[in-house]
Design a protein around this ligand. Structure first.
Ligand SMILES: NC(=O)c1ccc[n+]([C@@H]2O[C@H](COP(=O)([O-])OP(=O)(O)OC[C@H]3O[C@@H](n4cnc5c(N)ncnc54)[C@H](O)[C@@H]3O)[C@@H](O)[C@H]2O)c1
Ligand SMILES: [Zn+2]
Ligand SMILES: [Zn+2]
Length: 346
């Protein structure tokens, strides 16, 4: 089969590799029908994630058709259309049982395109198939369901639910990439009074408006703190969601929150960020961080299937499965191309 293989920083190739086979009896082999690229894949390609070594097939998001299952797989059958999520669930370790498979101790967690071969391929081996795949409901397209493989549950769990968004809240979201836009989408389910989107790029702020932010701030020209204060009688945001992953945006999110406010960090950080406890100790704030667990996937599947959550609007570009070079190029130049999610399909 063909797959997108990582060959060290800056190097990748769509090349012939052996087709995956069942190793454990809880595995399934899934034919990849639709896959996509995540910002994290760009980090890996830059060499920021040294766990990923030469020869690894990239990708952690897919919708596909089950081709074969191991003897121990009970609920997944050849021919089933399934969502392959970024988080694999062993189902029996302490963290899986407590609803936190992102921290799985039994060989799951985030492993695709990281510790094991991923989904940017014609076929993928899916460990713990019973607990790590979701049947795709009738009448909903593969590409909409694909948005549930990572961005929608990530922003919903780590941003919206960790941040405890409630009706009437003023929600500040720093960063309007796919994750920030997903956080806007998730926050709207709770009827906040205002969603303030903050980004450096006007194209991203334009998207934020379309996704439902009623206030947008370009922080190269405007002061987000002044905007938030003017909306909140000087207090600050009830919830501030960080969706970028650099020290400045974490520090900004903390500044934007009101006393007693909640700051939910989603960004993956590569450098230390400063927590100004000399200012913050007195403000009763709550800060949360996390890796997605995907416990919200069944809820989000129902919302996408019923049409209450429009997952299709994230898709800006479509490619054939063998056009990874073009797709990565368009996705990596999102500022110029306007790319949000690029989808590659058979
Ligand atoms: N916690 C998790 O489980 C998890 C899962 C997936 C992704 N992530 C992380 O979420 C973050 C966002 O992902 P994405 O795919 O949306 O990334 P992205 O790069 O597409 O979007 C980031 C946005 O932030 C904006 N930005 C950059 N610097 C800024 C600044 N100083 N002020 C305001 N805006 C700024 C950019 O213009 C861009 O629109 C990344 O760090 C990613 O690794 C976390
Ligand atoms: Zn991802
Ligand atoms: Zn587990």
């Amino acid at each position: 089969m063909r797959a997108l293989v990582y060959h060290g920083p800056g190097a990748k190739a769509w090349e012939d590799v052996p087709k995956p086979e069942i190793i454990a009896d809880t595995d399934a082999i899934v034919r990849v029908d639709t896959t996509t690229i995540c910002g994290t894949d760009l980090h890996i390609l830059k060499g920021d994630v040294p766990v990923v070594t030469d020869g690894r097939i990239l990708g952690h998001e897919a919708v596909g058709t089950v081709e074969d299952v191991g003897l121990g797989v009970k609920n997944v059958n050849p021919g089933d259309r399934v969502l392959v999520s970024c988080v694999t669930v062993c189902g029996s370790c302490r963290f899986c049982r407590e609803g936190h498979p992102g921290q799985c101790l039994g060989g799951g967690g985030w492993i695709f395109g990281y510790k094991i071969d991923g989904t940017q391929a014609e076929y993928v081996r899916v460990p713990f198939a019973d607990t790590s795949t979701y049947p795709v409901p009738e009448g909903v397209t593969d590409e909409k369901i694909l948005m549930l493989a990572d961005i929608l549950p990530t922003a919903y769990e780590v941003g919206v639910l960790n941040g405890g968004v409630r009706p009437g809240d003023v929600v500040a979201i720093v960063g309007s990439g796919p994750i920030g836009l997903s956080a806007i989408t998730g926050a709207r389910l709770f009827s906040p009074s205002h969603i303030v989107a903050i980004d450096l790029a006007d194209s991203r702020l334009e998207a934020a408006k379309q996704f439902g932010a009623d206030v947008t701030v370009n922080n190269t020209t405007e002061d987000p703190l002044a905007v938030i204060r003017s909306l909140t009688g000087g207090l600050g945001a009830d919830v501030a969601i960080e969706a970028v992953g650099v020290p400045a945006t974490f520090e900004l999110a903390v500044q934007l929150s009101r006393p007693g406010g909640r700051i939910a960090n989603i960004g993956v950080h590569g450098k230390p960020a400063t927590l100004h406890l000399e200012d913050q100790w007195i403000r009763n704030i709550t800060i949360t961080t996390g890796l997605v667990d995907t416990y919200s996937t069944p809820t989000l599947l129902r919302l996408v299937t019923s049409g209450q959550l429009d997952a299709g609007r994230f898709i800006t570009h479509r490619f054939a499965l063998d056009e990874f070079d073009e797709a990565y190029d368009v996705f990596a130049r999102a500022g110029e191309t306007g790319a949000l999610k690029v989808v590659l399909s058979r």
